[in-house]
Design a protein around this ligand. Structure first.
Ligand code: PLP
Length: 417
């Protein structure tokens, strides 16, 4: 590595053409240690008590316990610590044991998985659903099973890495983020050139927190005969009535062909899902490698999700509190004149637009007991670097006020306010 450590990014280590595996790892290790010395290493910090609004962490710079207000969790409704979910989980452990034992195809499916699939299908008004052990596997496995050489995937530039992986065996075109003019241009150009045109968007974007203009996207997909897939990982539990997600927000259940998502965010567990018509789901049950060659989810993880979905209806106060916190935080940022892009969800990108300042602010926040991830190149372009903050229903106004004060202080220090 000839470049100075300060000027490097993860991109420089993605494919080091001249370095062996060992030399690449050594070079990257040096870069990792450099970042640690600078106290820029706000990643992979270990929590002593799981996820939450305020949690004890192990400070990576001195190995001591450090209490932080946390904005890194996607447990938007705070359900990972909900007593009813914990009790459902314990119950399932007693009845079903700790593991599924094999893949869904070869006997790992139990009645909890089947119940969950029917609940998911119901939630999104689809005929059937299939579950996976992660949202990542749901996206990548489904798309790899459906799309080949003859097809085209048209992707918003902001879709998740799991979608990109799922599109590795097919043709890809990207449209500008949330830009329906750019989308229509590509749809027009691509007519009659492919067996399937599949349009893939997120409901809520994970880095920007903005929402896809699904009303317009549904119209375009119908007009140009594209198969529409929506990944609502960050919308479920957050937007729509009682947090039912973007399909509810736009009331477009019947216009979206397939919905995908995760249980790892608002639904307090781990795993992913795809809901669609029964023929497509059946196809996936026999052709989606990440489902059929991987053990089914643990029964207790599934039972948490079952309870979490019930709580969306039974205890809407969590979604109401989350929306109230989002509004409160937004007002605070507006008052301070802090740029948070076009966020309309629980994800706030605090736009810094300068790599070094983003790292410095991340360090300052952590020093002052605020845990949030700096998002740097290559995750976003160098001009779009930001601090990503996720608001939870379990944050108190006092926590949010303290955070806004420290954020103001850190941004003033960097001459950004
Ligand atoms: N889709 C989006 C938009 C995401 O943000 C994520 C997770 O970060 C996933 C899918 C994958 O979800 P999981 O954590 O269940 O693998």
């Amino acid at each position: 590595m000839l470049k100075e450590q300060k000027t490097l990014s993860l991109k420089d280590f993605e494919n080091t053409t001249k370095l062996s595996i060992k030399d690449r790892a050594t070079a990257f290790y040096e870069y990792y240690l450099y970042n640690k010395r600078q106290q820029y290493s706000n990643y992979r910090i270990v929590s002593k008590l799981g996820s939450g609004a305020e949690i004890p962490l192990i400070d990576p710079y001195n190995n001591e316990e450090k209490n932080c207000i946390s904005f890194v969790s996607n447990d938007y409704l705070g359900f990972t610590k909900h007593p009813k979910i914990i009790s459902a989980c314990k119950n399932a452990l007693d009845i079903f044991g700790t593991g599924a034992g094999s893949s869904p195809l070869t006997g790992g499916q139990n009645i909890l998985h089947t119940k969950l699939e029917s609940k998911i299908a119901n939630l999104f008004q689809k005929e059937d659903a299939i579950t996976y052990t992660s949202g990542y596997a749901a996206n990548s496995g489904t798309l790899l099973a459906l799309l080949q050489n003859e097809d085209l995937a048209i992707l918003d530039m902001g879709v998740h890495t799991s979608v990109l992986e799922g599109c590795m065996q097919t043709n890809k075109k990207y449209f500008l983020h949330n830009d329906v003019v750019s989308l229509e241009r590509i749809l027009k150009q691509s007519q009659k050139k492919f067996r399937n045109i599949v349009l893939i968007v997120d409901g809520v974007y994970s880095q920007d927190g903005d929402i896809a203009p699904l009303d317009k996207i549904c119209k375009l997909s119908k007009e140009y005969g594209a198969f529409l897939i929506v990944d609502d990982a960050h919308g479920l539990g957050v937007v729509g009535d009682k947090g039912k997600g973007v399909l509810d927000l736009f009331n477009c259940y019947d216009q979206v062909d397939m919905i995908t998502g995760t249980f790892s965010k608002s639904l307090a567990s781990v795993g992913g899902y795809v809901a669609a018509n029964k023929e497509i789901i059946n196809l996936l049950k026999f052709f989606s490698a990440s489902n059929i060659f991987s053990a089914a989810a643990t029964p207790h993880a599934v039972s948490c999700v079952l309870k979490a979905i019930e709580l969306l209806d039974e205890e809407p106060e969590w979604n109401i509190k989350l929306k109230d916190n989002i509004k409160y935080f937004k007002q605070g940022l507006d008052t301070l004149n802090i740029d948070y892009g076009k966020s309309q969800s629980a994800v706030f990108p605090i736009m810094i637009r300068d790599e070094e300042k983003t790292k410095n602010i991340g360090r300052e926040l952590f020093k002052n007991g605020i845990y949030a991830n700096p998002i740097l190149y290559p995750a976003v372009s160098r001009k779009q670097t930001r601090i990503r903050m996720s608001i939870l229903a379990t944050h108190s106004y006092k926590m949010l006020d303290k955070t806004l004060n420290i954020l103001e202080y850190a941004m003033k220090n960097q001459k950004l306010l």
